[in-house]
Design a protein around this ligand. Sequence first.
Ligand code: ZN
Ligand code: FE
Ligand code: FE
Length: 186
Amino acid sequence: MASVLLRGEFPASVADTTTHKMKITKNELHSLLVEQLRDILWAEKHLVKALPKMAKAAVDPELQKAFSSHLEETKGHVDRLEKIFQHLDLAARAKKCPAMEGLLAEADEIKDDFKGSEALDAALIAAAQKVEHYEIATYGTMRAFAKRLGYTEVVELLSATLEEEGAADKKLTKIALGDCNDAAVA
Ligand code: ZN
Ligand code: FE
Ligand code: FE
């Protein structure tokens, strides 16, 4: 009974919202995009505060560098979001993202739990990749919505950030496969 109801009202996935002819109106999709933008603005602003702590906690200089350079990129992500709000003629108002709050709380927890351990860097990478994957999911979804709405400049700004989030994630994998995880298993 419930599933019959839900099927008609909710998209099963992001792909469905962009490829199927749904009853969702442009206004609704616009509101959904704005909601997601406010959420990720909150998330990016809080990451700007969290990344220096992660860089400081990291043992491997390469991991420290990766966190520091992603901090600079993340400040740029905030700037791009502010530009997007300008494009949409909206105030850049952030809305609390409970998911990022939770991911950052977990990062803090794991950082304390593994303090002084050989596994600390691996733990920090695990936490950071969860953050990156959340961002990648959000930016990918927002870009699909913006494409569907025909917001060309917004699509470009979102693509630029999405690319940097992807590269940051890949860099973390590379560092993990280098020696971080090796040290943890040695
Ligand atoms: Zn970002
Ligand atoms: Fe969120
Ligand atoms: Fe990021």
